[in-house]
Design a protein around this ligand. Structure first.
Ligand code: ZN
Ligand code: ZN
Length: 131
């Protein structure tokens, strides 16, 4: 069981099942919506994810993508894409223990900031499903 939540504690979630698509995403949308140089995310199957406390605010980051965040403290929590309705992306650093789900790849490295030092993981210029 993976558990996590936002910074202020208003929203809590849990997920069971095996994580997959563990990525560092360097796309500009992840960057702008978090205020961080890149975003670490992973996916679980949607049916394996539950909000256990509070209610996240949802917004479209693209026509097909919806992200959620805590309306009180701003922590971004999830990302969903209309083309992949059976999975949900979770921000890795919102886990209680982010060390449990290390990233395996970097995606959208074509827009990686110049001062972000490559970490040696495989890189993909595009291919994000999180935008
Ligand atoms: Zn919060
Ligand atoms: Zn992204």
């Amino acid at each position: 069981m993976l558990t996590g939540g936002c910074f202020c504690g208003a929203i809590r979630y849990e997920a069971d099942g095996a994580p997959f698509r563990e990525t560092n995403c360097h796309c500009s949308i992840c960057r702008r919506t978090t205020g961080a140089p890149f975003l670490s995310m992973f996916s679980v199957r949607s049916i394996e994810f539950r909000i256990t406390k509070g209610q996240a605010t949802r917004f479209n980051s693209t026509a097909k993508s919806v992200r959620s965040f805590c309306p009180r403290c701003g922590t971004q929590l999830t990302g969903e894409h209309a083309d992949f309705p059976e999975e949900i992306g979770i921000t890795t650093a919102s886990l209680d223990d982010p060390n449990l789900v290390p990233p395996r790849v970097n995606i959208h490295t074509g827009s990686r900031l110049e001062w972000v030092v490559p970490d040696g993981l495989p890189e993909y210029w595009g291919g994000s499903r999180q935008e």
